[in-house]
Design a binder for this molecule. Structure first.
Ligand SMILES: Cc1cc2nc3c(=O)[nH]c(=O)nc-3n(C[C@H](O)[C@H](O)[C@H](O)COP(=O)(O)O)c2cc1C
Length: 180
């Protein structure tokens, strides 16, 4: 089964995860900006990585534009984020608010913790984060929004990689049956 990792990232956390996923599964990884329709069409397994910004998937527009093509594929989505990572209610809201009807057809959606370093953000992102921190009630999340956080780690990809391997194995069986 042919596969590809497609990602979009603003400050590097998602591209780091995309690279780790690609290495673990021996697949190519490509920035969304360089992806052509042929690349999507030519693969059976599409692993998409995106960060979450103010409740929105950074790659949402691309997912919507390519919904037709992706509908014929096995798609895994990983969402790199902060507080949404350990909040199932928030996660469901994220799915519902980002073309939930399209996302519900995917073979798996995984939330993985990323990183955020306020001094390295654009002024607009720093401002958005300050507003978020001001509105946040939970003290731990408020602190993370003010001071930043780094929860990056290959171990966060365990479930995603397990699901990807499962799909790749299913693909192998299908190929064998077809040949036989
Ligand atoms: C302005 C801003 C808004 C964010 N909004 C959210 C959010 O709504 N939910 C969440 O869980 N994380 C949020 N985050 C955290 C990012 O998703 C996290 O830092 C991620 O690792 C960024 O990935 P990237 O480096 O690939 O761009 C936000 C971060 C910033 C700077």
């Amino acid at each position: 089964m042919k596969g590809i990792v497609i990602y979009q990232s603003k400050y590097g956390a998602t591209s780091q995860y995309a690279q780790w996923v690609a290495e673990a599964l021996d697949l190519p990884f490509v920035n969304r900006e360089s992806v052509t329709p042929l690349m999507v069409a030519g693969n059976d397994l599409i692993i998409v990585g995106t960060p979450l910004y103010v409740g929105k998937l950074l790659i949402a527009k691309w997912l919507e534009e390519n919904a037709g093509l992706l509908g014929e594929k096995k798609v895994l989505l990983f969402i790199v984020c902060g507080s949404a990572c350990d909040d199932p209610v928030l996660q469901q809201q994220v799915i519902n608010n980002n073309f939930g009807h399209v996302l519900s057809k995917y073979a798996g959606i995984f939330f993985v913790p990323g990183r955020c370093s306020p001094p390295h953000l654009s002024w607009i992102d720093r401002l958005l984060l300050k507003i978020g921190a001001w509105r946040e009630k939970d003290p731990e999340r408020k602190k993370a929004m003010k001071e930043g956080f780094d929860k990056m780690g290959r171990e966060n990809l365990y479930q995603l990689l397990a699901r990807a391997r499962e799909l790749m194995n299913e693909g192998k069986h299908e190929e064998v049956q077809y040949v036989g």
